[in-house]
Design a protein around this ligand. Sequence first.
Ligand SMILES: Cc1ncc(COP(=O)(O)O)c(C=O)c1O
Length: 402
Amino acid sequence: MIYLDNHATTRLDPRVLETMLPWLTDRYGNAGSVTHELGREARVKVDASREVFAAAIGARANEIVFTSGATESANLAILGTASRIRGRTEGISRGHVITIATEHHAILDPIEHLEREGFAVTRLPVVGQDDPGVPGRIRLADLDAALRPDTFLVSVLLANNEIGVVQEVAAIADRVHAEGAMLHVDSAQALGRMKVDVDAIGADLASFSGHKFHGPKGVGALYVRRRGRAVRVDPLVFGGGQERGMRSGTLDVPAIVGLAEAARLANEGLAEEGPQMRRLRDRLWEALVDTVPDVAINGPAIDADDGGRAAVRLVNNLNVHIPGVDGQSLLATLSGEGLAVSSGSACSSESPRPSHVLLALGLSEDQARASLRFGLSRFTTENEVDEAARRIAAGVAGLRAI
Ligand SMILES: Cc1ncc(COP(=O)(O)O)c(C=O)c1O
């Protein structure tokens, strides 16, 4: 099996597992039970893990709320801020939220829920594949036009999970703050693939997920700014008052330990692993260009840069469409060949609908279905990339011959 589906999830790094094991076995105390040693050592470890995770994203420990993953973090950010302004806004709208049409469903769906409750919503379009500019990025002028006095929240993806496009988040933050609104940044795909510093990007809230950077599944974090423009969120889950009341429930100590270690390793390894993933990703693209006639890229050009200011495309991402083949047959063929790739996000790959991200870029439904998303990781090798390209070229040739 060649695994190139690292936007869906990543392999647990053995070094992360190592740090988790004691907390899954002998050291099983409840971090809330500070009346005895087992509980106290768990509490100390959670506190230390909070420091480590916070440092990895440029935050302070008291700005981190541990959650079950980026879906929960985003729901808490969106519904938890909306809950605080509920009923306070005059007029028909109960408040206004802005997001991007190409966001993950962990953002789009809670926002749609708010819309049903009477909030106003703007979903910004993105630059199309053949338009001037960077495909997949929003136009800042569209954001300027959308911001209104009752806008309380803008939610943007730092890096898209399908086409890897990196938004101009710092510039977005300036505009959002000038209007007095808060910025939530879904950073699930970014850690370990680019530097993430919540201050540098101007995030007030930011969502993270352990399993996207070689940590365990079912754990994540929400960054909630306390310095400067302090942000407050109402809880979605009530109970024992853990996480300063923002997220009740007994803490999953081993998972939190793993999350922190995975974030630390992601930062520590980035200088070496970033260029390595980029080189292999470029090699994969060049091999496909050489062996798959008419293959075309979805999203920003592979060598797109921003005049050195920021990344434009995640170093580990490639997304292509392959004209003249049926998408489902292609995926089935590649899966039969032992290649793990996808045509869209994992959450939507069970539904036959084409990717909303690719449609927003202006691709047709057939083009979107006949698209492949690749995500490389620190564990991807040159041999795997070469072999993957060979299997794709053979699979496409076979399907086109039918
Ligand atoms: C951009 C983005 N946001 C949110 C999520 C949801 O994360 P989780 O699996 O931790 O709930 C994902 C993962 O699928 C993602 O790629």
